[in-house]
Ligand binder design. Structure first.
Ligand code: NAD
Length: 263
């Protein structure tokens, strides 16, 4: 097992990639804190973690709220004694402005909410977890950016700017924390079939939805959309000692995008 005796925090663990990461970590021997605002979803993930033979903890935590984050990290240390791994996964394009929105009509409050969730949340959770990692002389932080940070497929200026900010924060943290044996890397997912897409396809018929997903998957050289488990495997690599000389790296998990398909 790759994560035996490790303690991990996964933000946004109630569904999608965060759920797949939590379950995969449990299968590899980690104890997992599932930190989310969606309590029923987080409890469901906890059941899956336990069914995989693992131990877990659900923490109600809005990653944009420093008080929530402090309590969530404290609850983890109180239950499991330490923090080895932090996966900053919580993120989304939220609200009505989740739909493609050109710069000129993007509302200021939508900008603030999306940048807070996708960028400030990474800062707050890392700031709170790092002292515990330093105390143990070991840490693995994995941040979820997006392919949209470098190749935006649709107009979401707030989201793409925040995800590009996650890359800058990853590089800075890796440089600062390397001497403390704390590794900081980022994953850059391409299109992954998670509830993230529910809002996008909400108004479509089943046929239109199938055609939409086939169209998106067909753009990638590998010819399909990604699954949450594809991301969980990449996060496992960066969260385990398999990546023993990797820090400050950005790993695209995109099916080959943005390379154009040649056939
Ligand atoms: N799905 C994709 O195609 C895709 C592509 C690129 C990047 N990403 C990024 O990957 C990450 C995971 O995406 P996903 O598709 O699994 O998303 P998802 O919408 O399926 O799950 C996101 C989770 O984050 C939680 N969350 C939302 N706001 C929160 C908050 N303030 N505090 C704590 N938790 C909160 C939600 O409750 C949910 O459980 C996100 O950062 C997303 O931006 C997704």
């Amino acid at each position: 097992m790759l994560l035996e005796d490790r303690v991990a925090i996964v933000t946004g663990g109630a569904k999608g990639m965060g759920r797949a990461i939590s379950v995969r970590f449990a299968q590899e021997g980690a104890k997992v804190t599932i930190a989310d605002v969606d309590m029923p979803g987080a409890e469901e993930t906890l059941s899956l973690v336990q069914a995989a033979g693992g131990q877990g903890l659900v923490a109600k935590c809005d990653v944009t709220n420093s008080g929530d984050v402090r309590e969530m990290v404290a609850a983890t240390v109180s239950a499991f004694g330490k923090v080895d791994i932090l996966v900053n996964n919580a993120g989304a394009v939220v609200g009505a402005q989740g739909r493609p929105t050109n710069l000129e009509v993007l509302a200021e409050d939508a900008w603030d909410r999306v940048v807070d969730l996708n960028l400030k949340g990474v800062f707050l959770c890392s700031k709170e977890a790092v002292p515990h990692m330093k105390a143990n002389g070991y840490g693995k932080i994995v941040n979820l950016s997006s392919l949209g940070a470098i190749s935006p497929p649709s107009p979401h200026p707030h989201y793409h700017a925040a995800k590009a900010g996650v890359l800058g924060l990853t590089y800075d943290m890796a440089a600062e924390l390397g001497p403390h044996n704390i590794y900081v890397n980022a994953i850059m997912p391409g299109p992954i079939r998670t509830p993230f897409f529910d809002e996008i396809v909400a108004t479509k018929t089943p046929e239109e939805t199938a055609a939409f997903f086939a169209m998106i998957g067909g753009m990638a050289p590998l010819g399909r959309m990604g699954e949450p488990e594809d991301i969980a495997k990449a996060v496992l690599f960066l969260a385990s000692d398999m990546s023993s000389y990797v820090t400050g790296a950005v790993l695209p998990v995109t099916g080959g995008l943005p390379l154009p398909r040649q056939n």
